[in-house]
Write a protein that binds this ligand. Sequence first.
Ligand code: 6PG
Length: 238
Amino acid sequence: MKLDTRVFPELEALSRGLLDETLAILKDAVARRGRFAIALAGGHTPAKMYAMWAEKYSAQTPWDKVHLFWGDERYVPQDDLLSNCRMTRETLISHIPIPAANVHAVPTHLAPPEKAAEAYEADLRKFFGATPEFDMQLLGLGIEGHTASLFPGASALDEKQRWVVPVTAPAEPPRRLTFTPVVLNRGRNTFFLVSGANKREIMAALRGEPENKPSQYPAGRIRPSGRLLWFLDQPAAG
Ligand code: 6PG
């Protein structure tokens, strides 16, 4: 499968390149629609970009026009060490003047997980209306090809109605909430950020897939109507 990639020497340069692109999209979105909605990725890779955003790009960011969402979240308390929201608060949110109402955290305090998924989807529908069109979606890549919390073989990959579903993942912690392809295949700009030699094999596997067949990997099933770019560091690109 042909992937549109941008390769950087290492994660620092990748993060800077991604932020330059982010601010350009942000400025255009605010000029056109008066706001910028981004779905953030979890895991470890984006932490450097989030910290750099706070340290070096905050002054040029109109935070009152920026809305932060998460493409997936672990079903843990928001102060849990495994929470994507906690990671983002520590690296970005605690260091910027963004209005609290613009931070759309996944309500993982609601039980059961189905209720949390419904509440998060209601927040999305209130924000977007009928069509969830993010200005930007950041996605990570797992070594077995998962993205967000869409893992190989998950029924959520074939979801056609719901925007957010609870899943049980073969990863720690197993209970998660994730966007479905209903959302992820509508983004205006979708960027995968992939770093590290441990991602080289899955990147080669994705690139080696035939164009005319659906990907066997969840990440390969994300084929949004808008721009799709893969931001890689050299170790991941091979
Ligand atoms: C999560 C993420 C997940 C992540 C990949 C890559 O909640 O864990 O959303 O999809 O992006 O697992 O994680 P790393 O960046 O830690 O390699």
